[in-house]
Design a protein around this ligand. Structure first.
Ligand code: 2HG
Ligand code: ZN
Length: 445
Protein backbone atom coordinates (compact mmCIF):
# COMPACT_ATOMS: atom_id res chain seq x y z
CA UNK A 1 0.00 0.00 0.00
CA UNK A 2 1.72 3.11 -1.29
CA UNK A 3 0.17 5.54 1.19
CA UNK A 4 2.17 3.91 3.99
CA UNK A 5 5.35 5.26 2.38
CA UNK A 6 4.43 8.73 3.61
CA UNK A 7 4.69 7.69 7.28
CA UNK A 8 7.49 9.49 9.13
CA UNK A 9 10.04 7.56 11.25
CA UNK A 10 8.81 4.21 10.04
CA UNK A 11 10.29 1.11 8.45
CA UNK A 12 7.86 -0.35 5.95
CA UNK A 13 7.70 -3.93 4.64
CA UNK A 14 5.55 -4.66 1.61
CA UNK A 15 7.30 -7.52 -0.23
CA UNK A 16 5.24 -10.72 -0.12
CA UNK A 17 8.16 -12.76 1.22
CA UNK A 18 8.72 -10.28 4.02
CA UNK A 19 5.02 -10.24 4.94
CA UNK A 20 4.61 -14.00 5.12
CA UNK A 21 6.02 -14.53 8.67
CA UNK A 22 3.60 -11.91 9.99
CA UNK A 23 0.62 -14.13 9.14
CA UNK A 24 1.45 -16.36 12.12
CA UNK A 25 2.00 -16.28 15.82
CA UNK A 26 2.61 -19.44 17.86
CA UNK A 27 -0.99 -20.62 17.60
CA UNK A 28 -2.23 -22.98 14.89
CA UNK A 29 -3.75 -20.10 12.91
CA UNK A 30 -2.65 -18.54 9.61
CA UNK A 31 -4.00 -15.08 8.88
CA UNK A 32 -4.48 -12.88 5.82
CA UNK A 33 -1.49 -11.36 4.07
CA UNK A 34 -1.37 -7.87 5.64
CA UNK A 35 -1.43 -4.74 3.46
CA UNK A 36 1.97 -3.99 4.93
CA UNK A 37 4.04 -4.22 8.08
CA UNK A 38 5.11 -0.95 9.69
CA UNK A 39 7.74 -0.46 12.38
CA UNK A 40 7.03 2.98 13.84
CA UNK A 41 9.70 4.81 15.83
CA UNK A 42 7.91 7.99 16.97
CA UNK A 43 4.64 9.41 18.23
CA UNK A 44 4.38 11.34 14.95
CA UNK A 45 4.47 8.04 13.02
CA UNK A 46 1.62 6.62 15.10
CA UNK A 47 -0.43 9.79 14.78
CA UNK A 48 -0.16 9.67 11.00
CA UNK A 49 -0.86 5.93 10.96
CA UNK A 50 -4.13 6.43 12.86
CA UNK A 51 -5.12 9.23 10.49
CA UNK A 52 -4.45 7.04 7.45
CA UNK A 53 -6.22 4.02 8.93
CA UNK A 54 -9.35 6.08 9.53
CA UNK A 55 -9.22 7.80 6.14
CA UNK A 56 -8.54 4.61 4.16
CA UNK A 57 -10.55 2.18 6.28
CA UNK A 58 -7.84 -0.30 7.18
CA UNK A 59 -7.24 -1.94 10.55
CA UNK A 60 -4.12 -1.87 12.75
CA UNK A 61 -2.91 -5.20 14.18
CA UNK A 62 -0.37 -4.76 16.97
CA UNK A 63 2.54 -7.18 17.19
CA UNK A 64 5.32 -7.66 19.71
CA UNK A 65 7.59 -10.66 19.16
CA UNK A 66 4.82 -12.83 17.69
CA UNK A 67 4.92 -15.43 20.45
CA UNK A 68 1.19 -15.25 21.27
CA UNK A 69 -0.86 -18.45 21.45
CA UNK A 70 -4.33 -17.25 20.49
CA UNK A 71 -3.85 -15.41 17.19
CA UNK A 72 -4.14 -11.93 18.74
CA UNK A 73 -1.52 -10.55 16.34
CA UNK A 74 -2.57 -12.65 13.32
CA UNK A 75 -3.88 -10.29 10.60
CA UNK A 76 -7.54 -10.22 9.61
CA UNK A 77 -8.67 -8.84 6.21
CA UNK A 78 -7.52 -5.35 5.16
CA UNK A 79 -5.12 -4.72 8.01
CA UNK A 80 -1.64 -3.33 8.52
CA UNK A 81 0.58 -5.02 11.11
CA UNK A 82 2.09 -2.53 13.57
CA UNK A 83 5.30 -4.21 14.66
CA UNK A 84 6.51 -2.49 17.84
CA UNK A 85 9.99 -4.06 17.80
CA UNK A 86 11.67 -0.75 16.92
CA UNK A 87 9.65 1.40 19.34
CA UNK A 88 12.19 3.51 21.26
CA UNK A 89 12.63 3.86 25.00
CA UNK A 90 14.89 2.87 27.88
CA UNK A 91 14.47 0.53 30.78
CA UNK A 92 14.53 2.49 34.03
CA UNK A 93 14.30 0.99 37.50
CA UNK A 94 13.37 3.06 40.52
CA UNK A 95 14.20 1.01 43.58
CA UNK A 96 12.63 3.67 45.79
CA UNK A 97 9.31 3.42 43.98
CA UNK A 98 9.73 -0.35 43.38
CA UNK A 99 8.89 0.46 39.76
CA UNK A 100 10.31 -0.18 36.31
CA UNK A 101 9.50 1.81 33.18
CA UNK A 102 9.91 0.15 29.79
CA UNK A 103 8.80 0.50 26.17
CA UNK A 104 6.56 -2.15 24.58
CA UNK A 105 9.53 -3.26 22.46
CA UNK A 106 11.61 -4.36 25.49
CA UNK A 107 12.07 -8.10 25.70
CA UNK A 108 10.58 -9.56 28.85
CA UNK A 109 13.90 -11.22 29.66
CA UNK A 110 15.58 -7.78 29.68
CA UNK A 111 12.82 -6.37 31.90
CA UNK A 112 13.29 -9.23 34.36
CA UNK A 113 17.08 -8.87 34.23
CA UNK A 114 16.92 -5.10 34.84
CA UNK A 115 14.87 -5.74 37.97
CA UNK A 116 17.23 -8.49 39.17
CA UNK A 117 20.23 -6.20 38.70
CA UNK A 118 18.71 -4.03 41.47
CA UNK A 119 17.82 -7.00 43.69
CA UNK A 120 14.19 -6.75 42.61
CA UNK A 121 11.73 -9.10 40.98
CA UNK A 122 9.18 -8.81 38.18
CA UNK A 123 7.24 -12.08 38.54
CA UNK A 124 5.26 -12.63 35.29
CA UNK A 125 6.97 -15.55 33.51
CA UNK A 126 5.09 -16.87 30.47
CA UNK A 127 6.90 -19.79 28.94
CA UNK A 128 8.09 -17.52 26.12
CA UNK A 129 9.74 -15.11 28.60
CA UNK A 130 13.13 -15.34 26.93
CA UNK A 131 11.81 -14.27 23.53
CA UNK A 132 8.52 -12.41 24.04
CA UNK A 133 8.14 -8.62 24.04
CA UNK A 134 6.79 -6.75 27.05
CA UNK A 135 4.07 -5.16 24.87
CA UNK A 136 2.67 -8.58 23.97
CA UNK A 137 2.60 -9.65 27.60
CA UNK A 138 0.68 -6.50 28.52
CA UNK A 139 -1.78 -6.81 25.64
CA UNK A 140 -2.50 -10.45 26.48
CA UNK A 141 -2.16 -10.21 30.28
CA UNK A 142 0.36 -13.04 30.18
CA UNK A 143 0.68 -15.55 33.01
CA UNK A 144 3.11 -18.41 33.55
CA UNK A 145 4.05 -20.71 36.45
CA UNK A 146 4.61 -17.90 38.97
CA UNK A 147 1.04 -16.66 38.58
CA UNK A 148 0.18 -19.36 41.11
CA UNK A 149 1.51 -17.12 43.87
CA UNK A 150 2.06 -13.74 42.23
CA UNK A 151 -0.92 -13.36 39.89
CA UNK A 152 -1.02 -12.28 36.27
CA UNK A 153 0.72 -9.46 34.39
CA UNK A 154 -2.13 -7.07 35.24
CA UNK A 155 -1.28 -7.30 38.94
CA UNK A 156 2.15 -5.86 38.15
CA UNK A 157 1.19 -2.85 36.06
CA UNK A 158 1.15 0.59 37.66
CA UNK A 159 0.58 2.68 34.55
CA UNK A 160 0.12 2.14 30.83
CA UNK A 161 1.00 4.35 27.84
CA UNK A 162 -1.32 3.68 24.93
CA UNK A 163 -2.12 4.97 21.47
CA UNK A 164 -5.79 5.90 21.37
CA UNK A 165 -8.11 6.64 18.49
CA UNK A 166 -7.36 10.39 18.59
CA UNK A 167 -3.87 9.49 17.37
CA UNK A 168 -2.23 10.53 20.66
CA UNK A 169 -0.34 8.56 23.27
CA UNK A 170 -1.95 8.78 26.70
CA UNK A 171 -0.84 7.57 30.12
CA UNK A 172 -3.22 5.83 32.53
CA UNK A 173 -2.11 5.38 36.12
CA UNK A 174 0.85 6.64 38.17
CA UNK A 175 4.05 5.21 39.55
CA UNK A 176 2.57 4.10 42.84
CA UNK A 177 0.51 1.17 44.11
CA UNK A 178 -2.08 3.60 45.40
CA UNK A 179 -4.00 5.27 42.62
CA UNK A 180 -7.74 5.35 42.98
CA UNK A 181 -8.90 8.42 41.11
CA UNK A 182 -11.80 6.79 39.33
CA UNK A 183 -12.07 3.47 37.47
CA UNK A 184 -8.73 2.10 36.19
CA UNK A 185 -8.75 2.58 32.42
CA UNK A 186 -5.19 1.26 32.24
CA UNK A 187 -6.43 -2.08 33.53
CA UNK A 188 -9.00 -2.13 30.74
CA UNK A 189 -6.16 -1.92 28.23
CA UNK A 190 -4.17 -4.74 29.87
CA UNK A 191 -5.41 -8.01 28.37
CA UNK A 192 -7.55 -6.17 25.80
CA UNK A 193 -5.40 -7.61 22.97
CA UNK A 194 -5.24 -4.21 21.29
CA UNK A 195 -8.96 -3.79 20.58
CA UNK A 196 -9.28 -0.53 22.54
CA UNK A 197 -5.90 1.02 21.75
CA UNK A 198 -2.28 -0.02 21.29
CA UNK A 199 0.06 -0.23 24.27
CA UNK A 200 3.44 1.44 23.68
CA UNK A 201 4.94 1.24 27.16
CA UNK A 202 4.26 0.81 30.87
CA UNK A 203 5.46 1.32 34.39
CA UNK A 204 5.61 -2.01 36.19
CA UNK A 205 5.49 -2.87 39.86
CA UNK A 206 8.44 -4.73 41.39
CA UNK A 207 8.96 -6.61 44.62
CA UNK A 208 12.11 -7.72 46.47
CA UNK A 209 13.82 -10.68 44.83
CA UNK A 210 13.26 -13.99 46.62
CA UNK A 211 16.46 -15.12 48.36
CA UNK A 212 15.88 -18.85 48.43
CA UNK A 213 14.04 -21.50 46.48
CA UNK A 214 12.89 -24.97 47.39
CA UNK A 215 12.38 -26.78 44.08
CA UNK A 216 10.84 -30.23 44.22
CA UNK A 217 10.34 -32.87 41.55
CA UNK A 218 7.40 -34.99 42.60
CA UNK A 219 6.69 -38.18 40.64
CA UNK A 220 3.47 -39.95 41.60
CA UNK A 221 2.54 -43.59 41.10
CA UNK A 222 -1.16 -42.71 40.74
CA UNK A 223 -2.04 -39.67 38.66
CA UNK A 224 -5.20 -38.94 40.69
CA UNK A 225 -3.05 -38.39 43.77
CA UNK A 226 -1.82 -35.12 42.30
CA UNK A 227 -5.25 -33.65 41.80
CA UNK A 228 -6.15 -32.81 45.39
CA UNK A 229 -2.70 -31.55 46.20
CA UNK A 230 -2.93 -27.89 45.11
CA UNK A 231 -6.06 -27.40 47.23
CA UNK A 232 -4.64 -29.33 50.18
CA UNK A 233 -1.41 -27.30 50.17
CA UNK A 234 -3.18 -23.97 49.97
CA UNK A 235 -5.67 -25.05 52.62
CA UNK A 236 -2.75 -25.79 54.96
CA UNK A 237 -1.05 -22.43 54.38
CA UNK A 238 1.56 -23.53 51.81
CA UNK A 239 1.36 -21.32 48.73
CA UNK A 240 3.85 -22.54 46.11
CA UNK A 241 5.38 -19.94 43.78
CA UNK A 242 4.86 -22.59 41.07
CA UNK A 243 3.07 -25.93 40.91
CA UNK A 244 3.39 -27.45 37.46
CA UNK A 245 2.26 -30.88 36.25
CA UNK A 246 2.54 -33.45 33.49
CA UNK A 247 -0.32 -35.94 33.05
CA UNK A 248 0.44 -39.60 32.13
CA UNK A 249 -0.26 -39.00 28.43
CA UNK A 250 2.15 -36.08 28.00
CA UNK A 251 4.74 -37.87 30.07
CA UNK A 252 4.49 -40.93 27.80
CA UNK A 253 4.93 -38.67 24.75
CA UNK A 254 7.97 -36.96 26.30
CA UNK A 255 9.54 -40.26 27.35
CA UNK A 256 9.02 -41.86 23.97
CA UNK A 257 10.12 -39.00 21.74
CA UNK A 258 11.60 -36.21 23.84
CA UNK A 259 15.20 -35.24 24.43
CA UNK A 260 17.51 -37.34 26.61
CA UNK A 261 16.57 -35.68 29.92
CA UNK A 262 12.84 -36.12 29.20
CA UNK A 263 13.29 -39.86 28.59
CA UNK A 264 14.41 -40.33 32.16
CA UNK A 265 11.43 -38.61 33.78
CA UNK A 266 10.01 -40.71 36.65
CA UNK A 267 6.43 -41.46 37.72
CA UNK A 268 3.07 -42.16 36.14
CA UNK A 269 2.48 -38.44 36.43
CA UNK A 270 4.80 -35.71 37.60
CA UNK A 271 4.73 -32.36 39.35
CA UNK A 272 7.23 -29.57 39.86
CA UNK A 273 6.67 -27.63 43.04
CA UNK A 274 8.56 -24.52 43.97
CA UNK A 275 8.47 -22.32 47.06
CA UNK A 276 10.32 -19.03 47.31
CA UNK A 277 9.52 -17.56 50.70
CA UNK A 278 12.17 -16.89 53.30
CA UNK A 279 12.84 -20.10 55.25
CA UNK A 280 11.46 -22.43 52.58
CA UNK A 281 14.69 -24.45 52.51
CA UNK A 282 14.76 -24.83 56.29
CA UNK A 283 14.15 -28.21 57.93
CA UNK A 284 10.95 -27.20 59.76
CA UNK A 285 9.41 -25.93 56.51
CA UNK A 286 10.33 -29.01 54.50
CA UNK A 287 9.34 -31.41 57.28
CA UNK A 288 5.94 -29.76 57.54
CA UNK A 289 5.57 -30.07 53.81
CA UNK A 290 6.56 -33.73 53.78
CA UNK A 291 4.08 -34.47 56.54
CA UNK A 292 1.37 -32.86 54.50
CA UNK A 293 2.32 -34.72 51.33
CA UNK A 294 2.33 -38.06 53.15
CA UNK A 295 2.90 -41.18 51.00
CA UNK A 296 2.62 -39.08 47.79
CA UNK A 297 6.13 -37.80 48.60
CA UNK A 298 7.73 -41.26 48.24
CA UNK A 299 9.81 -40.53 45.10
CA UNK A 300 10.37 -36.83 45.85
CA UNK A 301 13.62 -35.19 44.73
CA UNK A 302 14.68 -31.79 46.06
CA UNK A 303 17.08 -29.64 44.03
CA UNK A 304 20.13 -29.04 46.15
CA UNK A 305 21.68 -26.30 44.03
CA UNK A 306 20.86 -23.87 41.21
CA UNK A 307 22.13 -26.30 38.56
CA UNK A 308 19.67 -28.98 39.67
CA UNK A 309 16.90 -26.43 39.93
CA UNK A 310 17.53 -25.32 36.34
CA UNK A 311 17.60 -28.98 35.23
CA UNK A 312 14.17 -29.59 36.74
CA UNK A 313 12.73 -26.51 35.05
CA UNK A 314 14.38 -27.18 31.66
CA UNK A 315 12.09 -30.10 30.87
CA UNK A 316 8.99 -28.12 31.77
CA UNK A 317 10.10 -25.10 29.78
CA UNK A 318 10.72 -27.11 26.60
CA UNK A 319 7.46 -29.08 26.69
CA UNK A 320 5.34 -26.71 24.60
CA UNK A 321 8.03 -26.20 21.92
CA UNK A 322 8.75 -29.93 21.78
CA UNK A 323 5.08 -30.81 21.27
CA UNK A 324 4.68 -28.09 18.65
CA UNK A 325 7.68 -29.35 16.72
CA UNK A 326 6.38 -32.93 16.75
CA UNK A 327 2.74 -31.98 16.10
CA UNK A 328 2.86 -28.67 14.20
CA UNK A 329 -0.93 -28.60 13.78
CA UNK A 330 -1.77 -29.38 17.38
CA UNK A 331 -4.30 -27.20 19.15
CA UNK A 332 -3.26 -26.12 22.61
CA UNK A 333 -5.79 -24.80 25.10
CA UNK A 334 -5.35 -23.00 28.38
CA UNK A 335 -8.61 -23.52 30.21
CA UNK A 336 -8.96 -22.86 33.93
CA UNK A 337 -10.85 -24.61 36.69
CA UNK A 338 -10.75 -23.63 40.37
CA UNK A 339 -8.14 -25.76 42.15
CA UNK A 340 -10.84 -27.33 44.31
CA UNK A 341 -12.42 -28.88 41.17
CA UNK A 342 -9.41 -30.40 39.41
CA UNK A 343 -10.47 -33.96 40.12
CA UNK A 344 -13.94 -33.36 38.68
CA UNK A 345 -12.41 -31.72 35.63
CA UNK A 346 -10.14 -34.63 34.75
CA UNK A 347 -12.97 -37.15 35.36
CA UNK A 348 -15.06 -35.05 32.95
CA UNK A 349 -12.25 -34.90 30.40
CA UNK A 350 -12.01 -38.72 30.49
CA UNK A 351 -15.74 -38.94 29.86
CA UNK A 352 -15.46 -36.64 26.85
CA UNK A 353 -13.32 -39.41 25.41
CA UNK A 354 -11.20 -37.56 22.81
CA UNK A 355 -7.42 -38.02 22.90
CA UNK A 356 -5.54 -35.22 24.61
CA UNK A 357 -2.40 -34.65 26.64
CA UNK A 358 -2.31 -32.17 29.52
CA UNK A 359 0.35 -30.26 31.37
CA UNK A 360 0.73 -26.78 32.79
CA UNK A 361 -0.10 -24.85 35.86
CA UNK A 362 -1.91 -27.22 38.23
CA UNK A 363 -1.39 -24.91 41.20
CA UNK A 364 -3.76 -22.29 39.81
CA UNK A 365 -5.94 -24.68 37.79
CA UNK A 366 -4.67 -23.35 34.44
CA UNK A 367 -4.39 -26.48 32.32
CA UNK A 368 -2.85 -26.84 28.86
CA UNK A 369 -5.05 -29.48 27.31
CA UNK A 370 -3.41 -30.23 23.95
CA UNK A 371 -5.18 -31.95 21.08
CA UNK A 372 -2.18 -33.35 19.28
CA UNK A 373 -4.22 -34.89 16.45
CA UNK A 374 -6.03 -31.63 15.63
CA UNK A 375 -4.42 -31.45 12.18
CA UNK A 376 -5.86 -34.84 11.22
CA UNK A 377 -9.27 -34.33 12.86
CA UNK A 378 -12.33 -33.33 10.84
CA UNK A 379 -12.72 -29.56 11.52
CA UNK A 380 -16.37 -29.83 12.59
CA UNK A 381 -15.50 -32.62 15.03
CA UNK A 382 -12.53 -30.63 16.35
CA UNK A 383 -14.78 -27.66 16.97
CA UNK A 384 -17.22 -29.86 18.90
CA UNK A 385 -14.39 -31.30 20.98
CA UNK A 386 -13.13 -27.83 21.86
CA UNK A 387 -16.61 -26.57 22.72
CA UNK A 388 -17.13 -29.61 24.97
CA UNK A 389 -13.84 -28.86 26.67
CA UNK A 390 -14.74 -25.20 27.22
CA UNK A 391 -18.22 -26.14 28.48
CA UNK A 392 -16.70 -28.58 30.93
CA UNK A 393 -14.38 -25.89 32.29
CA UNK A 394 -17.13 -23.28 32.57
CA UNK A 395 -19.57 -25.77 34.15
CA UNK A 396 -17.06 -26.17 36.98
CA UNK A 397 -16.79 -22.45 37.57
CA UNK A 398 -13.76 -22.04 35.30
CA UNK A 399 -13.16 -20.31 31.99
CA UNK A 400 -11.89 -20.95 28.49
CA UNK A 401 -8.64 -19.00 28.79
CA UNK A 402 -6.36 -18.55 31.77
CA UNK A 403 -3.42 -16.79 30.19
CA UNK A 404 -3.22 -16.96 26.39
CA UNK A 405 -6.27 -14.76 25.73
CA UNK A 406 -9.08 -14.97 23.16
CA UNK A 407 -7.57 -13.43 20.01
CA UNK A 408 -8.91 -15.16 16.94
CA UNK A 409 -8.54 -18.71 18.18
CA UNK A 410 -11.22 -18.60 20.85
CA UNK A 411 -13.40 -15.75 19.61
CA UNK A 412 -16.38 -17.87 18.50
CA UNK A 413 -16.34 -19.90 21.71
CA UNK A 414 -15.98 -16.73 23.80
CA UNK A 415 -19.00 -15.17 22.07
CA UNK A 416 -21.03 -18.36 22.44
CA UNK A 417 -20.24 -19.07 26.08
CA UNK A 418 -20.18 -15.60 27.65
CA UNK A 419 -23.06 -13.84 29.35
CA UNK A 420 -24.54 -11.68 26.52
CA UNK A 421 -24.38 -8.64 28.82
CA UNK A 422 -20.62 -9.12 29.06
CA UNK A 423 -20.24 -9.09 25.27
CA UNK A 424 -22.63 -6.14 24.82
CA UNK A 425 -20.68 -4.13 27.40
CA UNK A 426 -17.36 -4.92 25.72
CA UNK A 427 -18.81 -3.95 22.35
CA UNK A 428 -20.17 -0.68 23.75
CA UNK A 429 -16.71 0.08 25.15
CA UNK A 430 -15.18 -0.78 21.78
CA UNK A 431 -17.55 1.63 19.99
CA UNK A 432 -16.75 4.36 22.51
CA UNK A 433 -12.97 3.92 22.39
CA UNK A 434 -12.59 2.97 18.74
CA UNK A 435 -15.58 4.36 16.80
CA UNK A 436 -13.85 3.85 13.44
CA UNK A 437 -13.04 0.22 14.29
CA UNK A 438 -9.35 0.52 13.41
CA UNK A 439 -7.82 -1.31 16.41
CA UNK A 440 -7.26 -5.04 15.90
CA UNK A 441 -10.54 -5.65 14.07
CA UNK A 442 -12.15 -9.09 14.29
CA UNK A 443 -10.42 -10.04 17.53
CA UNK A 444 -11.92 -11.03 20.89
CA UNK A 445 -15.44 -9.62 20.32
C1 2HG B 1 3.32 -23.04 28.74
O1 2HG B 1 2.89 -22.95 29.89
C2 2HG B 1 2.77 -22.12 27.71
O2 2HG B 1 4.21 -23.83 28.43
C3 2HG B 1 2.41 -22.81 26.42
O3 2HG B 1 1.70 -21.39 28.20
C4 2HG B 1 1.39 -23.86 26.54
O4 2HG B 1 1.54 -24.27 24.20
C5 2HG B 1 1.07 -24.61 25.25
O5 2HG B 1 0.34 -25.58 25.34
ZN1 ZN C 1 1.23 -21.82 30.27
Amino acid sequence: MDLLRSLPDTTLLTELDALEPFRHDESHLVGHVPLGVVRPRSAAALRELVRLAKAEGFGLVPRGAGTGKAGGCVPTARTVVVDFSAWPGDLNVSSQDLALTAPASALLRDVKAAAIAEGLFYPPDPNSWESCALGGTLATNAGGPNACKYGMTRHWVLSVDALLEDGGIHTFGISSVKSNAGPALGQLLIGSEGIFGLIVGATLRLTPLPREYATLLLPVARWEDLLDLPGRLCGAGYLPSAFEFFDPAVLAELRAHGPEEARRLPGEALAILEFDERGCTSEPFLEGLLDLLGPVADGLEIASDERQRKGIWAVRRMTSAFLKERHPKKVSEDIVVPRSRLREFFAGLDRLGFPSVSYGHLGDGNLHVNLLAAGETDPALLERQLMDLFRLATSLGGTLSGEHGIGLAKRDAFLALSDPAHIQTLRALKRAMDPAGIFNPGKVI
